[in-house]
Design a protein around this ligand. Sequence first.
Ligand code: ADP
Length: 456
Amino acid sequence: MSRLVVVSNRVALPDSDQNGGLATALDAALKEAGGLWFGWSGKVARAHSGELHRATHDNIDYLTIDLSREDYEGYYNGFSNRTLWPLLHFRLDLVDYNAMTQAAYRGVNALFAEKLAKEIRDEDIVWVHDYHLLPLAQELRRRGVRARIGFFLHVPFPSADIVAGLPHHEKTFGALAAYDLVGFQTERDLERFQDYIRLFRGGSVAARGTLRDHDGRSFQADAFPIGIDASAIATLAANASRNPAVRRMQASLTGRALAIGVDRLDYSKGLPERFRAFERVLDKHTDLRGQLTYLQIAPVSRGGVASYRALRRELEQYAGHINGAHADPDWTPMRYVNRTYPHATLAGFYRLARIGLVTPLRDGMNLVAKEYVASQDPQDPGALVLSIFAGAARELDGALLINPFDSDGVADAIAAALKMPLDERRERWQSMMQRISSYDIHAWRRDFLDRLQQTR
Ligand code: ADP
């Protein structure tokens, strides 16, 4: 078996208790054959980028690199989070076009390649993750790396026209052709990527998933919808009734139904639109007044980017407005919290909730949708209200699918979810749970790595 080298913007060190399903799955893959995990240390250095830190744990080498303040601003806060993130989420209106941050992004990718190339052997398998590192394979090839290199994009791939609107897009997106295998969340993302290669890269599509670059070199692309550790989450949720935080939450509901949303505070998650839809429930479905409590958990993220700070202010005001306009002395319609919680507590909250609200404007997959399903009580499962613009909608056909911009439609779906009979809830849940359990996070990483192994 080849040694595995994982590269991601952030490295999940083994002592961190915030590590989610992806980190656990990659750790398991690295342990199997021994391996190396490379990426940013999360530290901002005083002087230059590039100081390396090495640690070994359970057959895995962790190699992390510090970034200078300038690179952190340009590569991470700048081009990754102010340019690529909105672009990849179809938000042209929020894209920052900035030659300086684009140069910093390329510089950091070159620096990563410089350090990493020395570590890679020809027989290794290299797996690069996400939009921070789109040109990494090209930079590694320039430095003579011959190993197989795969890439997985965790976020959506937008339509080719949007991608081509980025100045020098080929340097960032055309560089994807240097990989041996490029993985996407859904078939749609794959199709849009194929369009881009055909229309704007001078390449061609020989067959679905078999592409040829303009120089004739061929490479593979496919959809690998990421999963969760479904059985682990189901167990956490089943045991959560003993968790004090979950018990307090349940007691506080005083028998009312709970609708839950759990999202990083990000404009792609459609939170103002969701608040508006909830307000429509209160205005339109007056029979539900006093019967439903909506809990929105939204940990603050990317506070260094202005659009995120503006969104936070907007949501604080909006939550206050909804409660001010609709609360009774003994009932507050919505609770809004900005904290993070341990996975065990979240799983318990999901299980308490009759309705899961997952209404992003765009999302590569949305793992919360799958976690909500995996956490349900099989005898009395809740209903999922899910955006058609989340990758998860392609798999979770038992959800109530909505367009998040259509507040009336979302409000009606919330009302329907609350009134849904037990038989129907069970039937819908079973089909979703079956899919989530059969293609879980471990099946996903095996699928991707087997395919990468077979290239060339
Ligand atoms: P994104 O990657 O865009 O943040 P996903 O839904 O795909 O969206 O993944 C989010 C992950 O973060 C999930 O695993 C979810 O459980 C976790 N998460 C979200 N909010 C919280 C929170 N408040 N506390 C702890 N974990 C959270």
